[in-house]
Design a protein around this ligand. Structure first.
Ligand SMILES: C[S@@+](CC[C@H](N)C(=O)[O-])C[C@H]1O[C@@H](n2cnc3c(N)ncnc32)[C@H](O)[C@@H]1O
Length: 267
C-alpha cells in the first residue's frame, strides 16, 4: 500500500510540477514574444522614414503628392524597370499564379506609372473593366500616356475615401500604396467596402526588412511587419489568403516584400 501511495503521490507531484513548468514557460514565452515585438517595432520606427508620423497627415500627404507630381514621379516607370519590380510583377500575372481572368471589374489603387494596369490589360479578359486610381493626377496622366489604351478609366482621389459604390468591384489591386497611410486599416476598410463579398485584393507592400527600410526613405513611406499587417487585415474581415513570392529565390531568402491575396469574407 505504501509504495503504491508513494508512487501515486509521486505521479501527482510530477504532473503538477510539469504543468507548473509548462505554465511558467508559456508565460515566459509570451513575455519574450511581446518584448521581441516591441523591440522590432522600435527598430522599425527608428530605421524607417519617420516623416509619415512626425508631421500632421495633411502636410505629409501634400509632400507625397508633390513627390509623385514632380521629377521623381516622372522617373517612376524607369526605376520600376531597373529595380526589376515591374518585370517580376509581370511574371506573377503571366504565369497565372495571379489569374486576372477571374474578374469582371478591377480597381487598381495607386496606379502610379501604370505598372499593374499594364499587366492587367495583358492578362485579363477583354471585357473586364479596369479603373486606375491615384492621389496624383499627374501620375494618372503619365500612366494613360504610357499605356496607350482607351480601356482603363482613371480617377484621382484619396484611397481613404474611394469615390465608388459599395460592392462595386470583384478585385482590388494595390501595389506599394498602403504604405502612405500611418494606419493601414484606413485604406483596407475602404478596399473592403468597394469589394463584393468573396472578392479579392492583391496587395503588394514594403516589408520591415533592411531593403524595405531603405525603400521607405527613397519613397517617403512606412513599412509593414507581415504579422501585424495580417492582424490588421483580419480584424476588418479580410482573410489572409494565398501568399506569393516573385521567384523561388525570393521565397528562399524571404526577399521582395509582402505579396498576398486578401479575400473579403462573406460569400
Ligand atoms: C510607389 S507608387 C506605386 C505604383 C504601382 N502601383 C506599382 O505597383 O509600382 C505609389 C503611388 O501611390 C499613390 N498614392 C499615395 N498616397 C495615395 C493615396 N492616399 N490615395 C491614392 N493614391 C496614393 C502615389 O501618388 C503613387 O502614384
Amino acid at each position: 500500500m505504501v509504495p503504491y501511495q508513494a508512487v501515486a503521490f509521486g505521479a501527482v507531484v510530477r504532473v503538477e510540477s510539469q504543468s507548473v513548468r509548462s505554465g511558467m514557460s508559456y508565460v515566459v514565452r509570451k513575455r519574450v514574444l511581446s518584448l521581441q515585438k516591441k523591440a522590432r517595432e522600435r527598430l522599425r520606427r527608428l530605421g524607417e522614414f519617420r516623416g509619415i508620423r512626425r508631421q500632421p497627415f495633411g502636410t505629409y500627404q501634400k509632400s507625397v503628392r508633390r513627390l509623385y507630381d514632380g521629377p521623381r514621379g516622372a522617373a517612376l516607370k524607369f526605376s520600376s524597370i531597373i529595380s526589376l519590380h515591374e518585370p517580376l510583377m509581370g511574371k506573377l500575372f503571366r504565369s497565372g499564379r495571379f489569374d486576372a481572368r477571374r474578374f469582371s471589374r478591377i480597381l487598381d489603387v495607386g496606379s502610379g506609372a501604370g505598372q499593374i494596369i499594364r499587366h492587367l490589360l495583358a492578362t485579363s479578359r477583354p471585357d473586364t473593366e479596369i479603373v486606375g486610381f491615384d492621389l496624383s493626377w499627374e501620375m494618372l496622366r503619365r500612366a494613360r500616356e504610357r499605356l496607350n489604351s482607351d480601356r482603363p478609366v482613371f480617377v484621382a482621389a484619396d484611397m481613404r475615401a474611394l469615390p465608388f459604390r459599395d460592392a462595386s468591384f470583384d478585385c482590388v489591386t494595390c501595389g506599394y500604396v498602403l504604405e502612405y497611410l500611418p494606419d493601414p486599416k484606413d485604406g483596407l476598410r475602404e478596399f473592403a467596402r468597394v469589394l463584393r463579398p468573396g472578392g479579392t485584393i492583391l496587395l503588394l507592400a514594403t516589408e520591415d526588412s533592411f531593403s524595405g527600410l531603405m525603400t521607405s526613405h527613397t519613397w517617403k513611406c512606412r513599412t509593414f511587419n507581415r504579422e501585424e499587417l495580417k492582424v490588421a487585415a483580419e480584424s476588418i474581415g479580410l482573410r489572409w489568403g494565398k501568399v506569393h513570392w516573385f521567384t523561388r529565390f525570393h521565397e528562399l531568402l524571404k526577399l521582395g516584400g509582402i505579396l498576398v491575396e486578401l479575400e473579403k469574407v462573406g460569400e
